[in-house]
Design a protein around this ligand. Structure first.
Ligand code: AMP
Ligand code: TRP
Length: 330
């Protein structure tokens, strides 16, 4: 069975973008692949998080992994910090990554360009930890949203170089980016990615938003003056975004949705998108409440970490022997 691995960094509450671009696909793949899905909590602290809030967001993220349908019997679910090998391989990867490569990462460049001050060193080197997160499990595929593709490509480059220097050690992973829904845009500004770190909450739907709140956000989504429901991300970015959201959740092809709305207004279209979104959120939230009530989280994390650790420990050992820093045989 081919292996897949991915992670989410819960620096806030998980969003509809996380769900459509990443989580929903993890669930879809868990039957046909060996799925490893972790919570990237070390990545969270690259930017200061209020500790109590972070703790709550981490628990909620695990609960939401389960609520969205990830099954701990099929998928390995764990917290990054429960497998110490990630950080150790992360350091080794940092030693095998060039500054020039990190300087090209658009996520960091964008933050610099915005003039944000006091960016941490951890934020700068974070793609090296991400490459360790991936390479330590030898996955075939890494399902991610569009914004993470560049980091997976860097991971490939570093792995190829490492294998060349030290002999075949890592499998070269492939990023897996969906055709529809890989980049869900903000509802209030469809030129920007829907993101949990958005200043105003209007453009971002959270998986735990009250249904009425989510409905209101969709109904007030920014659109255009074209007055027909068509898929054209350049001329009609807002409507195209709503079409992607609808199609990803309902599985109805975009052309079929636009055909049904031929000659109809945006109000009617938005109402249907809101119905589709709210139905999905209600399902997820009912599962979420049950999971919190049943107190499953700790056990799931413990079992997941044990499984992950045994793979990661073997790999780290092999890496350390290859690069010549081990003396004792383990
Ligand atoms: P993050 O929340 O940054 O840890 O992202 C976790 C996963 O969700 C990654 O695979 C991202 O690419 C994906 N993701 C985050 N935001 C969006 C979005 N607006 N549209 C699609 N995918 C997203
Ligand atoms: N960097 C990813 C994000 O912010 C999260 C992440 C960390 C990840 N390690 C990973 C994703 C390994 C895939 C594989 O979205």
């Amino acid at each position: 069975m081919k292996r897949m691995l991915s992670g989410i960094k819960p620096t806030g509450q998980l969003t509809l973008g996380n769900y459509i671009g990443a989580l929903k696909n993890f669930v879809r793949y868990q039957d046909d692949y060996e799925m490893i899905a972790f919570i990237a909590n070390l990545h969270c602290i690259t930017v200061y998080q209020e500790p109590q809030e972070l703790k709550k967001n981490l628990r909620d993220a695990v609960a939401l992994y389960l609520a969205c349908g990830l099954d701990p019997k099929k998928a390995t679910i764990f917290l990054q910090t429960d497998v110490l090998e990630h950080a150790q391989l992360g350091y080794i990867m940092a030693c095998n990554t060039y500054l020039g490569e990190l300087n090209r990462m658009t996520q960091f460049k964008d933050k610099m360009a915005k003039g944000e001050t006091n960016l941490s060193a951890g934020l700068y080197t974070y793609p090296t930890l991400m490459s360790a997160d991936i390479l330590i499990y030898d996955p075939d595929y890494v399902p991610v949203g569009e914004d993470q593709k560049q980091h997976v490509e860097l991971t490939r480059d570093v792995a190829i170089r490492f294998n060349h220097r030290y002999g075949d050690t890592f499998k070269i992973p492939e990023p897996l980016v969906q055709k529809v829904g890989a980049r869900i845009m903000s509802l209030s500004d469809p030129s920007k990615k829907m993101s949990k770190s958005e200043e105003s909450n209007k453009g971002c739907i959270y998986l735990l938003d009250e249904p009425a709140v989510a409905r209101k956000k969709i109904m007030s989504a920014v659109t255009d003056n074209e007055a027909h429901v068509a898929f054209d991300p350049v001329k009609q970015p807002g409507i195209s975004n709503l079409l992607q959201i609808h199609s990803s959740l309902s599985n109805e092809p975009i052309e079929s949705i636009t055909a049904r709305f031929e000659g109809k207004g945006y109000g009617e279209f938005k109402k249907e998108v809101a119905e589709v979104v709210v139905a999905e959120l209600e399902k997820i939230q009912a599962n979420y409440r049950a999971i919190i009530a049943e107190n499953q989280i700790e056990r799931v994390l413990e079992e997941g970490a044990a499984k992950a650790r045994s793979i990661a420990a073997r790999k780290l050992n092999k890496v350390q022997r290859r690069i010549g820093i081990e003396i004792r045989k383990r």
